[in-house]
Structure formats: C-alpha cells, structure tokens
Design a protein around this ligand. Structure first.
Ligand code: TYM
Length: 329
C-alpha cells in the first residue's frame, strides 16, 4: 500500500542548508512510491510577531523553494496551511486532548518563551497545531530534522490517546523519518548550536539563496579547532565534523572517504573544496527558484494544492467529528 507522507516548513525567511539537508532532500526522495503532502505552515509562523508583507513574501519564497529543490506538484500536494481551515479546527479538538503538563515540557517552547511572562498562547499550543497538520492527512511518515523529534513523539501520544478513547481507527499513528547524516546541521560560527533561521549572525548559516561570496565567507570563517587533524568526531571536533557532514551529504561521498582524501591536509584546503561543493549544489536551486518565484504557475500550484488538501482534510474531520459527537448531524 502506498504510504502518505506529510511535512512542513515555516515561512520565516532564510531557509538554510540545515533545512535542506535534514528535511527537503527527504521530501524529494520520498516522492517515489509515496503520496506526499508538503505544507507551508504560515499559522505556525505567526506564533511570534511577523510583519504581514514579509510573511506573504516568505510564504511564496518557501513555495518556490519547494519546487526549485525538486518537489513535483504533479505528484505531490503543495499548499499553504491557512488555505485549509481544517488545520485550526482539528488543532482545537486535539487541544482538548493534550495536557498543559506535556506541552510545558517541550524544549522548543521552553527556549522560545524563556524569561517571557507574556509568551503568546499560540507558542504554547504550537506542537498541537503541528499534530493536527500531521493527523489531518492520515500521515504514515513525517520526514523532519532531529529538532522535531519531541513534537513527533507528542503527536503520536495524542493520536494513541484519542484512539484509545474514541476508536482505534480515529487517527493513523505516524512515524518520524530522520536521516542518519544531515538531521542536525550545526551553526558555522558555533558548532554547539544548531544552524537556525533566526540566529543574529548571518554567517552562522548558509541560506539556499545566498550568493557565492557569502557562501565562501561563511565557510572560510567557520569555527574549527586548533589540532589541525581532519577527522569525523562530533564530540571532540564538532566544527570539522559539521563541515565534513555538510560535504558528505552534498557531494554524496561517505565520511570515511573524505577522511582519507583529506588526511594530512590543512583545514583551508577542506574549506576551499567545500565552498565549491556547496556553491555547485545551490546554483541550480537558485536558478529554478528565480524562474518560478514570480510566476503565475506558482499561484496555480498553491491553489490546486489547497483544493486537494482540503478534500482530504474534510474527510478526516468528518470522521473525527462523528467520533466525538460534534455538530448537529
Ligand atoms: P522549521 O521550519 O523550523 O524547519 C523545517 C525543517 O528543517 C529541519 N531543520 C533542520 N534539519 C537539520 N539541521 C538543522 N539545523 C535544522 N533546522 C531545521 C526541521 O527539523 C524541519 O524538518 N515545526 C516545524 C514545522 C512543522 C511541521 C509540521 C513539520 C509544522 N507542522 C508537521 C512536520 C510536520 C518547524 O518549525 O520546522
């Protein structure tokens, strides 16, 4: 039986090579043999304040990047979350079946709300909306980076809890799909932190649309160590190990081969080669992004995607509302 795949990316700007290597490459590959649904989660993006014009631009940026990296809208559903009202509707039902205690333990909430007495309620409920995204499509597989592991576990807990109460086939219990390499790309300036869209220092990341000179600057200045040995050892050599991982996944070369090739060479040589590997990989993505970003075609893809997503969402909601006894009929 074909499996349903679902995942999403927040339209918060600066989509970077961490997002690409941890998630987007999986999105593309999973299209073979599965039914894929890829969402631009704009309602998640407003859990923190966002200028409306910027949000609209960022939504279309992510949509164009989806297409540019190889998501095929003829095979996969590509749509914007707020175009499908079922996400918010199901999120409410799930909120009534999740606990404040378990949501308080979410590390992303703790990080983003730390010291903020007036953190928005939406930031707290964020993982429940994510659970609704996934469960709304009866998803089997959810390809994501490692930072989403806790949210996927919560989604499974909620699904199992509801199934126990309202019938075992109320929800499909999904599974996260994490890569062995690339699931957690670290910051270039601080390999103890994960690469993030929001870090103040833009040299901490490489965004998919960065030009060649920015890519070069970020890699050549990447933090390493002082022992000069090129070896994959994330614990003791996090900087070099991060660069080797990025190299390995982009070039499709096993880590062990890279270690052999670069044995006895300086970090400068590795970095210079990595600049070429990353630049070569991102150039075609940037080109197809430019072609599609301002096209009518992109808007058509999103409209068609929303219609297809809505059709699935309505069926699931009908089933769930019946189980819960909601509505007049
Ligand atoms: P977001 O927008 O922060 O990130 C999008 C995807 O990129 C992965 N990722 C990384 N992978 C490797 N290394 C990194 N440094 C790195 N940073 C981010 C993320 O794990 C993610 O897969 N909550 C989600 C969006 C979401 C979602 C969903 C995902 C909302 N609903 C339903 C799956 C299913 C998020 O904020 O991703």
């Amino acid at each position: 039986m074909t499996k349903r795949v679902f995942s999403g990316v927040q339209p918060t700007g600066n989509i970077h090579i961490g997002n690409y290597l941890g998630a987007l490459t999986q999105f593309v590959r999973l299209q073979d043999g599965n039914e894929c649904v890829y969402c631009i989660v704009d309602m998640h993006a407003i859990t923190l304040p966002k200028a409306p014009e910027e949000l609209r631009d960022n939504i279309l940026d992510v949509a164009a990047l989806y297409i540019a990296v190889g998501i095929d809208p003829a095979r996969s559903i590509v749509f914007v979350q707020s175009d499908v009202p079922g996400h918010a509707e199901l999120a409410w039902i799930l909120m009534c079946n999740s606990y404040t205690g378990e949501l308080s333990r979410m590390t992303q909430f703790k990080d983003k709300s730390r010291g903020n007495e007036s953190a928005p309620t939406g930031l707290f409920a964020y993982p429940v909306l994510m659970a609704a995204d996934i469960l709304l499509y009866d998803s089997d597989i959810v390809p994501v980076g490692n930072d989403q592991k806790q949210h996927i576990e919560l989604t499974r807990d909620i699904a199992i809890r509801v199934n126990n109460k309202y019938g075992s086939d109320t929800f499909v219990v999904p599974e996260g799909r994490f890569l062995k390499e690339g699931a957690r790309i670290m910051s270039l300036d601080d390999p103890a932190a994960k690469m993030s869209k929001s870090a103040a220092n833009s040299l901490s990341r490489i965004s998919l649309l960065d030009d060649a000179s920015k890519i070069k600057k970020a890699i050549m200045r990447a933090a390493t160590d002082s022992d000069g040995e090129i070896r994959f050892d994330p614990e003791n050599k996090p900087g070099i190990s991060n660069l080797l991982t990025i190299y390995s996944v982009f070039a499709g070369t096993p880590l062990a081969d890279l270690e052999k090739t670069y044995a006895g060479q300086g970090y400068g040589t590795l970095k210079k080669d990595l600049v070429d590997v990353v630049t070569d990989a991102l150039t075609p993505i940037k080109q197809s992004y430019e072609e599609v970003r301002h096209s009518e075609e992109l808007l058509r893809i999103l409209k068609d995607g929303a219609e297809r997503a809505n059709a699935i969402s309505e069926q699931t909601l009908k089933r769930v509302k019946e189980r819960f006894g909601l509505g007049s009929r």
